[in-house]
Design a protein around this ligand. Structure first.
Ligand SMILES: [Zn+2]
Length: 301
């Protein structure tokens, strides 16, 4: 009789020990990844599966250009094994963040490496720093996005060679989904007769090139600054003269001027998001791309 409770206690103790150590080992095996932007988080999730634990610093509601890191961001980078960014000077805030985190174990993956760039649309830029090298919004072209994903896959394989096969299979499955998304958007936009749009900030040249749209102009000619009255007047003229029917605004930016131009010209105002999470139904990269394609197809009809 007196052996039974002891026996049960022992079993309980062994079970607790087993589950704890199993959970600890499992957690220890996951590669901690921090990304600057939400689609990078999505890319890492798709390739890394349950071998990674990934977190984006931005949520999709902030502008990628004017973000100010929080103290918790430094902590995240300090604990991470990998940091994934675009590069090209897009995340102007990230270098000091990495420096402040002083994490010697951190691998930084620059996903823009080797990607052919389109010229930046910023007109009033006098400096020839990294930012003027080319437009950084490369992920809005699904084919360029694949190159970015390959950089992530390569980095994960280097850090975790045992996961090589898993990463490569995951990548190839994800590429198939991206191809389907690209074909869906091509189909939606193929028959659109008027392909000219005015965009809010110069985020869309790669998207436009891939899906054969024409960006007539941007409302913001310089990132993070409102347009001059002169530029707004020129836009209104252009919209009327060239029969432009769609103006694109973005949830991360102030909608006031796109709205005013739309009201003045009767051009339709549509809202697109260049990063996942900016609008309902745009939680993943693929959902965001499909959403933007759908909005454009409807708007340009
Ligand atoms: Zn941007």
């Amino acid at each position: 009789m007196r052996y039974l409770p002891r026996y049960l206690m022992l079993i309980t103790l062994v079970l607790i020990l087993l589950t704890t150590s199993a959970a600890e080992v499992f957690a220890a095996q996951k590669i901690k990844v921090v990304t600057t932007l939400t689609f990078l988080e999505d890319f890492v999730k798709n390739v890394g599966g349950n071998r990674v634990e990934v977190k984006s610093l931005l949520t999709g509601l902030e502008s990628e250009h004017t973000y100010t890191p929080k103290p918790s961001d430094i902590a995240s980078v300090r604990e991470a094994r990998v940091l994934v960014k675009i590069g090209l000077g897009l995340e102007i805030w990230v270098d000091s963040l990495i420096k402040n985190a002083s994490n010697n174990n951190l691998t930084v993956v620059t996903t823009s490496t080797g990607i052919p760039l389109l010229r930046s649309e910023e007109r009033d830029s006098h400096d020839h720093d990294e930012r003027s090298a080319g437009n950084p919004h490369i992920w809005l072209d699904p084919e360029r996005a694949k190159v970015m994903i390959r950089h992530i896959t390569d980095a994960l394989i280097k850090i975790d060679p045992a996961g090589r096969k898993v990463y490569l299979v995951n990548q190839s499955e994800y590429f198939k989904k991206i191809d389907t998304m690209r074909i869906n958007i091509e189909k939606k936009l193929r028959a659109v007769p008027n392909r000219k749009i005015i965009t809010h900030h110069p985020a869309w040249p790669y998207f436009a090139q891939r899906f054969k749209l024409q960006i007539a102009d941007n409302i913001q000619t310089q990132v993070g600054s409102e347009p001059s009255a002169k530029h707004v007047a020129a836009l209104i003229n252009k919209i009327r003269q060239e029969n432009i029917r769609v103006i694109v605004s973005e949830p991360q930016l102030n909608p006031k001027i796109p709205k005013a131009i739309s009201e003045e010209t009767k051009a339709k105002l549509i809202v697109l998001t260049p990063v996942p999470g900016g609008l309902p139904g745009t939680g993943t990269y693929i959902d965001m791309m499909e959403y933007n394609g759908e909005q454009l197809a409807t708007g340009l009809k």
